[in-house]
Design a protein around this ligand. Structure first.
Ligand code: CTP
Length: 368
């Protein structure tokens, strides 16, 4: 049997990027041989094993054909006769279809190295269309490697357009799609992910709410520049949409609760935050209470971040509202509950008194 290093590890080494996880390809072996060597099978009918010591993934060379719609519809054909070339040809992109043998020699039958040098994301073969998720993967790689000057090859974009038009993207599960979206949002130029999806008409299939929606890509770009977390990036992307659209996008991809929550709150309160400097203390208090800043300080900070990124995206040089809101939150938090308790207040009465004291604190803050 021959063992090759494949996929992202080979690609990222050639790009001088840090390699996170290494995938291995095994040619000329059977399932039984692998098990005899101590490799642990990952799933029942999936020809992937974990190395007994390193825990890295070793996949048997396989050809793949489609037997139905969607991910669950795949059947895998792995056998010792499947060659390196046969395995690589059914991978997504040429830059992901290179292999390195034990002596460090590159095996590159589909010219991935040339495409890497020419900064091209190009599909290997028509087998690309077997997995519609690859449309999202290509857009994600475009977002990741945009700083290096990578572009999607014309013929690949045309194929992505065909896949989008076929309706196959509708068959992707929320979980698989979200995983790609989440990773794409955390890339260096996440707005490129959306731009690529738009340019092959996949955006209409996946996120139709964004097709004629407000332009939120500049905000998203700022969020990446400022290393904002996923929650903020998702909220930036959805800023300015109708509440029903925010809800639809949140639910379609089963976005994590914190992402859903922040997107909804930004939709409801971002405009108020933009006017923070002229808000009445009562209105300021309402926002702080609604955000439960006393127990959820981080969520409020993320809200401020999302508002600030949108402002910077619109070309404002700074967002003084951010520090103003932070100061207001600090003033409200500084109110001490102890004296009120010592007065014998409890329950609703205590709550009301606390609110009154916080309002006084905000009045003083606004007048300072
Ligand atoms: N692959 C594919 N089609 C997919 C998923 C994966 O062809 N839908 C192939 C590619 O050859 C890819 C390899 O499997 O390089 C490993 O996949 P994965 O670990 O998901 O991606 P990486 O290329 O390692 O990229 P990343 O850095 O994003 O993990």
């Amino acid at each position: 049997m021959q063992i090759y290093k494949v996929g992202g590890a080979v690609r990222d080494r050639l790009l001088d990027r840090t390699v996170s996880d290494v995938d291995w390809l095994v040619v000329g072996a059977t399932v039984e041989q692998m098990q005899a060597l101590g490799y642990r099978p990952v799933g029942a009918d999936f020809p992937v094993f974990l190395h007994p010591k390193t825990g890295e993934e070793y996949a048997l060379a396989r050809t793949e054909r489609k037997s139905g719609r969607g991910y669950g519809g795949f059947t895998f054909h792995a056998s010792p006769e499947v060659t390196l070339e046969e395995d690589l040809v059914r991978r997504d992109l040429t830059i992901n279809a290179m292999a390195e043998d034990a002596s460090g020699q590159l095996h590159d039958p589909y010219h991935g190295k040339a495409d890497l040098d020419n900064r091209l994301l190009r599909h290997v073969s028509p087998a690309f269309a077997e997995d519609p998720l690859r449309v999202l993967r290509v857009a994600r790689f475009a977002a990741r490697y945009a700083p290096l000057g990578f572009k999607v090859a014309d013929e690949t974009l045309a194929l992505m357009r065909q896949i989008a038009a076929s309706g196959e993207l509708q068959a992707l599960t929320a979980e698989r799609s979200w995983k790609e979206i989440e990773r794409a949002l955390m890339e260096a130029e996440p707005q490129v992910f959306i731009e690529v999806l738009r340019s092959c008409a996949a955006l209409e299939e996946l996120m139709p709410e964004l097709v004629h929606g407000p332009d939120t890509l500049a905000a998203l770009r700022q969020a990446a520049r400022h290393q904002q977390p996923l929650t903020v990036r998702w909220a930036c992307l959805l800023r300015g949409l109708e509440p029903a659209s925010v809800k639809a996008l949140n639910q379609r991809f089963k976005a994590p609760r914190e992402c859903q929550e922040l997107a909804v709150l930004v939709g409801e309160f971002a405009e108020k935050a933009d006017h923070a400097l002229t808000l009445a203390p009562e209105q300021l208090l309402e926002i702080l209470q609604r955000f439960d800043i006393y127990r959820r300080p981080q969520r409020f900070e993320e809200f401020i971040g999302a508002c600030e990124m949108a402002a910077l995206g619109h070309g404002q040089p700074s967002y003084p509202q951010a520090d103003y809101l932070r100061g207001a939150a600090a003033a409200a938090r500084a109110v001490d509950v102890k004296p009120l308790v010592e007065q014998g207040l409890t329950g609703q009465g205590l709550g009301e008194a606390l609110k009154g004291e916080r309002l006084k604190a905000l009045q003083a803050y606004a007048q300072r």
